[in-house]
Design a protein around this ligand. Structure first.
Ligand SMILES: *Cc1c(COP(=O)(O)O)cnc(C)c1O
Length: 343
């Protein structure tokens, strides 16, 4: 599998603003490894990108905000759920760049929740204007209305897509994969790629980007890029990830073979999006108590639960090496105290 230097150069030429502290740490998880008795576990800390409690959207926003500034925008608009990490990071990026920010947030009946906590609390601190909606993702009608209102008020809005997942968001995670590949090359055992990289997948940009980065690094297929779906069955979601992968590849002039392997583990959908069950509770507690690292109730707790389950099923074993890609989200923990059975 050949490397693709021209695509890497195209990636390096994309307009980009600095929002994240990079490279994020890449470390072993010795205590969790011992506790689970399976493969050697490692972690990539994209919860430490640094933007108002960090997370994976910060990498995407470095490219998306550069595009907005290039277009002369003075206002960012995006959408998500009440506890959206993406919305919070977009609001923080806007604050850092002196832009206004409007957030379309979902709540049942379109009514603001009584308790302002977690990511929502931070959205307020960051100065975002919040528009509540009962429309479901991807919130197209409400976004169009808010965009028209902002324009009518004489501002220049720029729409950041749901989850930051478009060709630029994919390019950001291709860049993240290359960052990891560089860290591994300087690590203790550069010859041995991971057997698997495990991460939460939802709007698909992170997964498509990691897949694209593996193609560009010439490492496609060497490591299973194992997306744990937090909200969608594989059948409908895999074509979306492949479409994003092709959009990102087209942007960079990268080659992607027909029928790339897209691993979406949809065995952990539980009670649905943001419904915390016993697997997520166990995962959150294990990571906290063994490694002093916080995973979140909606995304990374579910992905880690998937990793733990796969180890218990014997799908990954002692002698193998598995990387958990932490995508952030711990600010939402504060909104889930009851669900975590604390107190
Ligand atoms: C958005 C998000 C994800 C999923 O990333 P996508 O690129 O949308 O698939 C995973 N983890 C956290 C914490 C997130 O906020």
């Amino acid at each position: 599998m050949a490397t693709q230097p021209d695509a890497r150069a195209a990636l390096d030429r994309l307009p980009r603003v600095t929002l994240a502290q990079l490279p994020t740490p890449f470390e072993p998880l010795p205590n969790l490894t011992r506790a689970l008795g399976g493969p050697a576990l490692f972690i990539k800390r994209d919860d430490q990108t640094g933007l108002a409690t960090g997370g994976n959207k910060t990498r995407k926003l470095e490219f998306l905000v550069a595009e907005a500034l290039g277009a002369g925008a003075d206002t960012l608009i995006t959408a998500g759920s009440t506890q959206s990490n993406h919305a919070r990071q977009t609001a923080a990026a806007a604050a850092r760049r002196g832009l206004a920010c409007h957030l379309v947030l979902y709540a049942p009946d379109g009514i603001a929740p009584r308790e302002i906590t977690g990511n929502l609390l931070i959205d307020h601190l960051l100065g975002a204007t919040i528009h509540w909606t009962e429309e479901r993702a991807p919130y197209a009608a409400t976004l169009a209305r808010v965009e028209a209102e902002v324009r009518a008020a004489g501002r220049r809005p720029h729409l950041i897509p749901y989850g930051g997942s478009n060709a630029l968001g994919v390019a950001a995670y291709a860049s993240a994969f290359l960052e990891l590949a560089d860290q591994m090359a300087g690590g203790p055992d550069p010859a041995a790629p991971f057997d698997a990289v495990v991460f939460a997948t939802s709007s698909g940009g992170t997964q498509a980007g990691l897949l694209l980065g593996a193609q560009i690094a010439g490492l496609a297929g060497a490591t299973a890029l194992h997306g744990v779906s937090v909200d969608q069955p594989r059948a409908g979601f895999a074509p979306r990830v492949e479409a994003l992968l092709r959009d990102g590849a087209a942007l960079l002039g990268a080659e992607v073979p027909a029928g790339p392997e897209i691993i979406i583990d949809d065995r952990h959908l539980g009670g649905g999006y943001a419904v915390v069950g016993e697997p997520e509770r166990e995962a959150i507690h294990l990571m906290a108590r063994h490694e002093g690292i916080l995973v979140d109730p909606v995304y990374t707790g579910r992905a880690l639960a998937g990793l733990i389950d796969a180890i218990r099923r014997g799908e990954w074993r002692r002698g193998q090496r598995v990387l958990f890609w932490h995508t952030g989200g711990a600010a939402a923990l504060f909104a889930f105290g009851d669900a975590l059975n604390i107190g």
